[in-house]
Write a protein that binds this ligand. Structure first.
Ligand SMILES: *Cc1c(COP(=O)(O)O)cnc(C)c1O
Length: 367
């Protein structure tokens, strides 16, 4: 069996360090925020090349707070992509703002900057590009549009830890950037976690207050805040894992490169990396017109795969009230119908990659 993801293998490779770090927290009596979380913030900010990192309980919370700090309020419009995990749109809706979708570039699966300006109205307040699968959206083009129209840019970097574009880190280019440490992400906690990063002192101050009940000092609540603090155990575990992130990313890149080479003349279309990007391959999604058959065939052969994502956000029943219909964002809908995520993680053997490619190349699933 080739698993889609095997977190036990990753744990085994660093178990003594994680266990020592977590035990240290258990014995410290300090379980929320504290020194470990503060140290993780400093180290994560350095890894991203930003001034500030504010640790929170989930990536969704990071997005929610970054949008609030950017001044998004109820009734505002926020431009984003429909081809993303539901959390991107949910964070916008938590504020009572409206997600305004813009279709994707089929080559990178990220928001198509050429379509953004048409979606801007007097109510538009922000743009949330999503660095989907680990590859950054075209930030030069997005920042130019945002500057021209006075819009905030909040990067959804929840799948893009360590990703870069023209040498600049994901999360460091917009007003702020948001990361998730959900266990399956490239940098995953032993539970839930998230981070907002920014170079803007005022954004950092606001996000820091908002995550901890809007206090400027204890029991003095200057704004309505949230309980979005990071647990000390997660901060301690994430510090250990952050030290491995670069080598894990390089291992993902090596597996993606092998996949790309072996699938070059196969019946499926392998994903591409834009020349200016350092893709970190959270997801390796191939495209095929026979997606469901290929998925079933691989399952029968013992290869687990995933779908990211089978239904674009604008067609989710949860957001039916936005009034969208099939056909509104055809490139996203075509992607949702044709993508299949193959296993990719640092511990996946190169042999397993070869096995998967041999099966994909057989064409036996096309009936
Ligand atoms: C995982 C993810 C989120 C949400 O992060 P959580 O930590 O699960 O709340 C948001 N956006 C994208 C693109 C994600 O992949």
């Amino acid at each position: 069996m080739i698993a889609f993801l095997d977190l036990k293998q990753q744990y085994a490779s660093i178990a003594p360090d994680i266990e020592a770090a977590v035990l240290n927290v258990l014995r410290s009596g300090r379980y929320v925020l504290g020194e470990e979380v503060a140290a993780f913030e400093t180290e994560f900010a350095a890894a991203c090349g930003v001034r500030h990192a504010i640790a929170v309980n989930t990536g969704t919370s990071a997005l929610h707070l970054a949008l609030l700090a950017a001044g998004v309020t109820a009734g505002d419009e926020v431009i984003t992509t429909p081809f993303t995990f539901i959390a991107t749109a949910a964070a916008i809706r938590y504020i009572g703002a409206r997600p305004v979708f813009v279709d994707i570039d089929p080559a990178t699966f990220t928001i198509d900057p050429a379509r953004i300006e048409r979606a801007i109205t007097p109510r538009t307040r922000a743009i949330v590009p999503v660095h989907l699968y680990g590859q950054m959206a075209n930030m030069d083009a997005i920042m130019a549009i945002a500057t021209r129209h006075g819009l905030a840019v909040v990067e959804d970097a929840c799948q893009a830890h360590g990703s870069r574009q023209h040498g600049r880190s994901a999360g460091s280019i917009g007003l702020s950037g948001c990361f998730s440490f959900y266990p399956g992400k490239n940098l995953g906690a032993c539970g839930e976690g998230g981070m907002a990063v920014t170079n803007d002192d005022e954004q950092a101050r606001l996000i820091r207050m908002l995550r901890d009940w809007g206090q400027d000092r204890r029991y003095h609540h200057v704004m309505e805040g949230y309980n979005y603090r990071m647990d000390a155990i997660q901060g301690a575990a994430l510090r250990v894992k952050l030290r491995q992130l670069e080598s894990w990313t390089e291992a993902r890149r090596a597996r993606a490169q092998l996949y790309g080479r072996l699938l070059a003349n196969s019946p499926v279309e392998p994903p591409s990396e834009a020349p200016c990007n350092r893709h970190v391959w959270h997801i390796f999604a191939v495209r095929t017109a026979h997606r469901d058959q290929l998925q079933k065939y691989l399952a029968r052969e013992g290869v687990e795969t995933g779908l990211h994502y089978p239904v674009p956000v604008h067609l989710q029943p949860a957001y039916a009230d936005l009034g969208h219909r099939p056909g509104d964002f055809p490139t996203s809908e075509a992607a949702a119908d044709s993508v299949l995520s193959l296993p990719i993680y640092p511990e996946l053997s190169l042999r397993a990659v070869e096995t998967v490619c041999a099966l994909v190349g057989q064409d036996a699933y096309v009936s």
